[in-house]
Design a protein around this ligand. Structure first.
Ligand SMILES: Nc1ncnc2c1ncn2[C@@H]1O[C@H](COP(=O)(O)OP(=O)(O)OP(=O)(O)O)[C@@H](O)[C@H]1O
Ligand SMILES: [Mg+2]
Length: 188
């Protein structure tokens, strides 16, 4: 499907709210600009706590842009601007007094394409806990648990100290024959 200009910014109206639902994040009337180009027009979405919410739409319609507003990732892209409100537990994350470091601890993001740091598999998984000052025992434990939870432990447990970048580019791809259309090799 080809995304046209008219499709680009339409966001479906939010569904009727369940009065008992706990709303964790409430985006209201969000506009977003990359320089002069407006990528989001009056986008609103209420995200319930402890539920999975999916954003579905044609390529280029603004899904990633919308998600990046939720943890102010766009602050890192020069010339961008967001307006409207994104209430996280009632606090507008777009307000200037938001502590963005703390915000990004609360609102994580997994990217479409894997982009590990140029470090070992172990160090990539341990990076966050290490910055938070966790002990070696705690970090060892969370590395193992995380890799087990994601189904990767058996595949990587004997090469935790090897480069994560090399691992996603070669042996895994070769074994699964799944990387023909993927630059990173992680999508299949
Ligand atoms: N850094 C940028 N600078 C300028 N325009 C951008 C930038 N990033 C995205 N855009 C534009 O904003 C619009 C929305 O892009 P976005 O990446 O949010 O769409 P998407 O729905 O996530 O697409 P896909 O399904 O392909 O991931 C597109 O027209 C895109 O070209
Ligand atoms: Mg996207």
């Amino acid at each position: 499907m080809i995304a046209t200009a008219s499709m680009q910014t339409k966001v479906a109206p939010p569904p009727l709210r369940d009065v008992d639902a706990e709303i964790k994040l409430d985006a209201r009337h969000v506009d977003f600009f990359y320089g002069d180009f407006q990528a989001l027009h009056d986008a609103s979405l209420a995200v319930q706590a402890r539920k999975i919410t999916a954003l579905i739409g044609p390529s280029g319609c603004g899904k990633t842009t919308f998600l990046r507003v939720f943890n102010r990732m766009h602050d890192l892209v020069p010339g961008t601007r967001a307006s409207g409100e994104v209430l996280l537990d009632g606090h507008n994350v777009l307000s200037p007094d938001t502590d963005v470091i703390n915000l990004r601890r609360q609102v994580g993001m997994l990217f479409q394409r894997a982009n590990p740091f140029p470090k070992s598999i172990y160090d990539n998984v341990a990076y966050g806990p290490h910055i938070l000052g966790w002990s070696k025992i705690q970090i060892d434990q969370v590395v193992e648990e995380s890799l087990k939870d994601t189904g990767l432990w058996d595949e990587v447990k004997d090469r935790l100290r090897r480069s994560a970048r090399r691992w996603i580019r070669s042996p895994r791809c070769a074994s699964r024959n799944s990387c023909k259309n993927s630059r990173s090799g992680i999508r299949s």
